[in-house]
Design a protein around this ligand. Structure first.
Ligand SMILES: Cc1cc2nc3c(=O)[nH]c(=O)nc-3n(C[C@H](O)[C@H](O)[C@H](O)COP(=O)(O)O)c2cc1C
Length: 552
């Protein structure tokens, strides 16, 4: 109860209001800007190979039940798993500054999310199982801990041969440096994006990524070595987020956890490396430490999550595409945030409907299988420029069974009519016709991208009831779901040849007021926009990795 209250109080305290933003420094202290790259000094570094230029899988196939033959676990398949999820995607240069972009997006490009791998012996990586930290700048693995084959067997008990595990952690300070108290929310969004990015990258290899939601944060900390005080000392600590089992193909029943005795053995493995310090000094945001402590996830065997209504995957209905269907790699590599929208581009109606279809949960397919089956986040849509669709407010109930409750919670005057041409099984409804460009911009911290796109999104989560059912830690999980939806929307925009941007800065309660939501049953957790991107031609784009490094 107390923990739930802390999570809810944090949420309330970190709302942006028209007349007051959540607390932050209010300026950027460049002297303490955090290093975007964590490294573990003295941990052996293994360079991962880059994928060949052959492009085996089409983007639309990523959402299908039928994936390519699972790749064997090898240095090149593990290289591809990270190259298409957490690696660099480009370097940008402007006016003497240079910064890296990544496959996964991040609020303010601050990248609080770190990636880890637990793998058996793999030729080209190590002849012993181990725990590794992924170093995106060099596309390499830092070997943090060597494990025996006996320990690996215990660790992977119940999982099919060829399984590895990917861990995600957050360094809250990276986001707090810029965003102050609201930063904890952004870290969780970023985890959601990263979960989906790993889910898609696994699907490209014929693998499935599945969240081990039975594990507690303490377990994840042990498995990734985050609890090893001596390895961090002055360095910023990492908060455990989750562990994904990455299996060769889809298995209906897999353990959702790892046996406790295996954890003890990992803890007493031979650990290597010391974390680097990211900033010379820090500003302490107590409320972030408090909410992080309240939202710690306990270990839970056989976790019981409410399963929302799932739609059957239909691998054969791919959206109409202008030109050749894009490859998965091109879409994943090409994903970028638009800094401005052109205020002109219209999206074809079919493209819009198929984007909405893509964000519907399908438990057996990427990326939703990586996230557990609970469906808590719905989409409020500000439709501006969709051909043959009236501008106005629309709503996508991602769990159609909740449409009645949502309707009761919102303004009585809303229509809830199926838009013309919309597939009848898609729970998309028009709420009200009208020009929503101005209000979309206003509630998105006055950011023009929300009004100048083809449409903007407010992600509305079933909030208080979700925390009541699952506990305070589920506050994080709600943002993860929103982030994963964001990742799908980013890729869908790229595949459709338009731009997209995640929007973490929005005015919370004015969004609720707009659609008549009162209390905390539903809360807006993330905004998004899709439309014709304006390219910033002042920036120079450089390849993510030096050609010489690619060829080694
Ligand atoms: C959770 C989240 C919130 C974001 N919020 C905003 C925002 O409010 N306004 C904005 O212009 N961009 C926003 N972005 C876009 C980021 O600035 C962008 O992802 C980052 O600069 C990296 O660029 P890239 O996405 O092209 O790799 C957000 C991105 C994420 C993932």
């Amino acid at each position: 109860m107390q923990r739930r209250q802390t999570a809810a109080a944090y949420h309330e305290q970190t709302k942006h209001h028209f007349d007051r933003y959540a607390r932050s420094l209010g300026h950027l202290d460049w002297a303490t800007q955090p290093d975007p790259f964590r490294r573990f000094a003295s941990a052996p570094l293994i360079h991962l190979p880059f994928a060949s230029s052959e492009d085996p899988i089409l983007y639309d196939k990523l959402y299908s039940h039928t994936l390519p033959e699972p790749a064997a676990l090898s240095a090149s398949s593990i290289g591809a798993l990270f190259e298409f999820s957490l690696a660099l995607s480009a370097w940008k240069e402007y006016g003497g500054s240079r910064w890296a972009l990544r496959i996964n997006p991040s609020s303010g490009n601050l990248h609080p999310t770190e990636g880890y791998l637990l793998a058996p012996a793999v030729a080209g990586i190590s002849d012993q199982p181990g725990v590794y930290h992924y170093a995106p700048k060099v596309h390499g693995l830092e070997r943090r801990c060597g494990l025996t084959t006996v320990v690996w067997k215990r660790l992977s008990l119940g999982f099919p041969a060829g399984t590895c595990f990917v861990g995600l952690t957050s360094i809250h300070w990276r986001e707090a440096w810029k965003y102050g108290e609201r930063a904890y929310r952004y870290c969780q969004h970023d985890v959601g994006h990263a979960i989906a990015a790993v889910g898609f990258s696994a699907a490209m290899l014929g693998w499935r990524a599945m969240w081990l939601d039975g594990l507690g944060d303490g377990d994840v900390a042990i498995l990734l070595g985050l609890d090893r005080d001596g390895d961090f000392e002055e360095a910023e600590r990492e908060h455990p987020d989750l562990l994904l089992a990455v299996t060769p193909g889809w298995f209906e029943s897999l353990p959702r956890s790892i046996a406790g005795d295996a954890l003890e053995e990992v803890a007493s493995g031979s650990w290597m490396g010391r974390a680097n310090r990211l900033s010379v000094s820090h500003v302490q945001w107590n409320v972030i430490d408090e909410v992080a402590a309240a939202c710690l996830k306990e270990r839970k065997e056989g976790i019981a999550l409410t399963i929302g209504r799932q739609r059957d995957p239909d691998p054969d209905t791919n959206p109409p595409r202008l030109g050749a269907p894009p490859s998965a790699r091109a879409v994943v590599r090409g994903r970028r945030s638009a800094v401005a929208m052109d205020g002109r581009t219209f999206l074809p109606r079919q493209t819009f409907f198929s984007m909405m279809d893509r964000v519907m949960p399908r438990f057996g397919t990427a990326p939703w299988c990586a996230l557990s089956p609970a469906v808590c986040v719905h989409l409020l849509l500000f439709v501006h420029r969709i051909e043959e669709v009236d501008p106005g407010l629309y709503f996508l109930a991602r769990d159609a069974d909740e449409m009645g409750l949502l309707r009761e919670a919102m303004r009585v005057e809303f229509e809830w009519t199926l838009p013309e041409g919309c597939p009848p099984d898609l729970p998309l409804r028009r709420l009200i016709k009208g020009d929503a460009r101005r209000v979309a911009t206003q509630v998105s911290c006055h950011q023009a991208i929300a009004g100048d796109g083809a449409f903007a999104v407010g992600m509305i989560a079933r909030f208080a009831p979700s925390l009541e059912t699952h506990g305070a830690w589920f506050y994080r999980r709600l943002f993860w779901e929103a982030g994963a939806i964001g990742q799908v929307l980013y890729l869908e925009a790229e595949a459709a040849g338009v731009g997209a941007t995640g929007i973490g800065c929005y005015f919370d309660d004015p969004v609720h007021d707009l659609i008549g939501l009162t209390g905390t049953k539903y809360q807006s957790l993330y905004h998004f926009t899709i439309g014709g991107a304006v390219v910033d031609t002042r920036l120079t784009t450089l390849p993510p990795y030096d050609q010489a490094r690619r060829e080694t």
